[in-house]
Design a binder for this molecule. Structure first.
Ligand code: 0RA
Length: 680
């Protein structure tokens, strides 16, 4: 501990404004972008926005700004503005350059800069705005300060002019506009949903901040969202629980700081039996938890047991609520902010700093003590819920023990529906879980039987009982799956017995397929998280269309790609309509019909040349097509499932299968608008 402190001091001194010693150029960023932004695919691309927004959030957290505006602009540009003090533009003592230019063109210049400012920056997502500059073909900084508008532009991280005042300005603030370098990124189109989702979360995590988001890319399809959550993460809790029935009237909330570590916690119990816990460090989600979550859980169990004993909720002397008991139905957010976060774990998604645990534990325990005393009715509801969970757990345990003792799985032979592969080496083996018998048939014929196994599942697994292991094991489809995997389940689970290194979910690209995929992901998430964490679960990506021009065959995996092809061949939408409605033309009105025929005949040559087939289900592909497009390791596309995605599926599942009907309807309707070609 003492050496730790010492290390920190030395570092701080070295970063003092007078003696910035580690000024580096931006070459390393372009050489190894992944080191700075994770990857150069979609996640990395979006990281650029998060980085710039973080700077604005820092300025807001320091009390100097309250609004951040993010605009997706035409041609792939993004603009991020804040109404803070504006990045200083005066000459920096060490670099003899404008402070703005230094920040924009030097690596690690974020650390300590100007007087007192820039404190947390470089510590949040952690890389600084210069990284964004380095990875942009073009960037422009606009600073409003001292009544003037200051501007500097850059190309690939290099200034193309000095910082200049170009006019007058009222107020203060910073605007950064950038265009990501297409030679660096494999994906260059920003995804509106990703941007909105992330920034909404940031708005929850930064109490009182206003985040306004605009999609200005296509004038005719402009859209915007404005977020402001007065209650911060307490509002977040209400949002997360809006589909569930709350147990507690008042949302618990605490926000305190100790030893430079800020701890903010909110929670509310619901009648649900599952827990939703989200941990954040410096606004970064930690799906694998870490020291903050450990501290939270420890305090929760301890304080609730203490309260239960004191108020005679626990009847027997040696009865205790377990950590599982007190987390059933709990929706909680634990958010900490600290100067030097250390992340670890496979996805770097776990907070490592050990000093955080006791601080969270203490702040939370004190606040929870007070909450329970001040809100006895809520306290009673919470304890009732925990005791119910304890009783249910005891019952489930004995039921499960009976089932397992009876040998629900042990000694059972591989299911008859499984077409196993001939290899017995799990490392090279894979299993396709296929929806329906007809797709199963194609897959069986198309596969390489040496290393590919096929397990067809019937659609009727949807209404499976959710939590009770014994009920689940009574479902034949699920039982088959578990036996095929070989790992067993629950306390008997053993990863080493996994029979296939890749477990591939292959479902139709329609609503039923999405249901089954969601269900399977939920099953894996709740009962086989280790399979997901170790990267064993995949989702196959079958093509949506087959485009044939003469001998030239092309498979198309998404709508955007198809649009490009249609543009290339100058095919209008109605052409497709014609092709797809061939057999149903009587359903069209007279006018529709005439229009279709008109366009169709005008393009009849094109159509003859280009044949577009829309695959509505896997069953529509013949075995060799299925192999070629979806199963051949040389050519197929597969998506490895992350624990975050599975968690999301779990949430979706709750909406689809949960007790409440209204949110389910809403979900299906809103999706229906955004997904084309739904087969409802
Ligand atoms: C350091 C000092 C001052 C402002 C900032 C940093 C600053 C940085 C960013 C990054 C995005 N938006 C920002 N806004 C402000 C100025 C200190 C002063 O004016 O006294």
């Amino acid at each position: 501990m003492a050496t730790e402190d010492k290390k920190k001091k030395t570092k701080e001194q070295a970063y003092g404004a007078e003696q910035i010693t580690v000024l580096e150029g931006l070459d390393p960023v372009r050489k190894r972008p992944g080191m700075y932004i994770g990857n150069t695919a979609s996640a990395g691309l979006h990281h650029l926005i998060w980085e710039v927004v973080d700077n604005g959030i820092d300025e807001a957290m320091a009390g100097h700004a309250d609004t951040i505006e993010v605009r997706l602009l035409p041609e792939g540009k993004v603009s991020v503005s804040d109404n803070g003090r504006g990045i200083p533009v005066d000459t920096h003592k060490v670099t003899k350059k404008s402070a703005l230019e230094t920040v924009m063109t030097t690596l690690h210049a974020g650390g300590k800069f100007g007087d007192g400012g820039y404190k947390v920056s470089g510590g949040l997502h952690g890389v600084g705005v210069s990284v964004v500059n380095a990875l942009s073909v073009w960037m422009r900084s606009e600073i409003k300060r001292d009544g003037k508008l200051w501007v500097q532009e850059y190309k690939i991280g290099k200034p193309v002019s000095a910082v200049k005042a170009v006019g007058k300005a009222t107020g203060t603030g910073t605007t950064q506009i950038f265009l990501p370098d297409p030679t660096i990124f494999t994906v260059t189109e920003f995804d509106w949903d990703i941007v909105v989702e992330h920034l909404r979360q940031q708005a929850y995590l930064t109490k009182g901040i206003k985040i306004n988001i605009f999609d200005d890319r296509v004038a005719t399809a402009a859209q915007s969202y404005k977020y402001y959550f007065e209650g911060g993460i307490a509002s977040y809790i209400k949002h997360l629980n809006h589909n569930n029935e709350a147990k507690q009237e008042k949302v618990f909330y605490v926000n305190k700081e100790k030893d430079n570590i800020n701890v903010e916690i909110a929670f509310q119990y619901t009648t649900d039996f599952r827990e939703m816990m989200y941990a954040f460090a410096n606004n970064i989600h930690n799906p694998e938890g870490g020291s903050h979550l450990v501290g939270f859980k420890a305090a929760l169990t301890r304080v609730l047991n203490k309260y239960a004993r004191k108020n005679n909720f626990l009847k027997e002397k040696d009865q205790n609520l377990t950590s599982d008991d007190v987390r059933e139905g709990l929706t909680a957010i634990v958010s900490v902010k600290l100067p030097e976060p250390q992340f670890e774990g496979q996805t770097k998604a776990k907070l490592g700093n050990v000093e955080v645990r006791p601080i969270v534990e203490m702040i939370f325990a004190d606040a929870l003590d007070i909450f329970l005393e001040e809100n006895p009715r809520d306290a009673k509801e919470i304890l009732a819920k925990c005791l119910l969970a304890a009783a249910a757990r005891a019952a489930a345990r004995s039921a499960r023990e009976t089932v397992l003792r009876k040998g629900a799985l042990d000694g059972l032979t591989l299911p008859g529906k499984l077409s196993d592969c001939s290899s017995r080496d799990p490392k090279e083996s894979e299993i396709y879980i296929v929806e329906g018998d007809s797709a199963g048939g194609s897959a069986k014929q198309g596969r390489d039987r040496r290393f590919q196994a096929i397990l067809p599942l019937r659609g009727k697994i949807l209404n499976v009982e959710r939590a009770r292991l014994d009920k689940m094991l009574a479902n034949n489809e699920i039982k088959s799956l578990i036996i095929a995997l070989g790992t067993n389940i629950g306390e008997q689970f053993n990863l080493e017995n996994l029979r296939y290194a890749r477990v591939i979910i292959m479902t139709d690209a329609d609503v039923d397929g999405a249901h089954i995929r969601t269900l399977l992901l939920t099953l894996f998430y709740r009962h086989f998280p280790e399979l997901i964490r170790n990267g064993h679960i995949y989702v196959a990506q079958p093509p949506l269309f087959r485009v044939q021009q003469g001998k030239d065959i092309q498979y198309v995996f998404n709508e955007a790609e198809l649009e490009n092809i249609k543009k290339k061949y100058n095919i209008k939408d109605l052409d497709l309509l014609t092709a797809e409605t061939e057999n149903q033309s009587e359903e069209n009105t007279q006018a529709d019909q005439e229009e279709i025929e008109e366009v169709a005949s005008a393009n009849v040559k094109k159509l003859a040349k280009v044949n577009i087939q829309h695959y509505k289900g896997l069953g529509e592909m013949n075995p060799s097509q299925l192999w070629e497009t979806t199963m051949d390791p040389q050519t197929r596309l597969m998506k490895v499932v992350t624990i975050q995605e599975a968690a999301k599926a779990d949430e979706t599942f709750e909406i689809l299968m949960g007790a409440e009907v209204a949110p389910r309807k809403k979900f299906i309707q809103t999706r229906a608008k955004s997904v084309q070609n739904l087969d409802i």
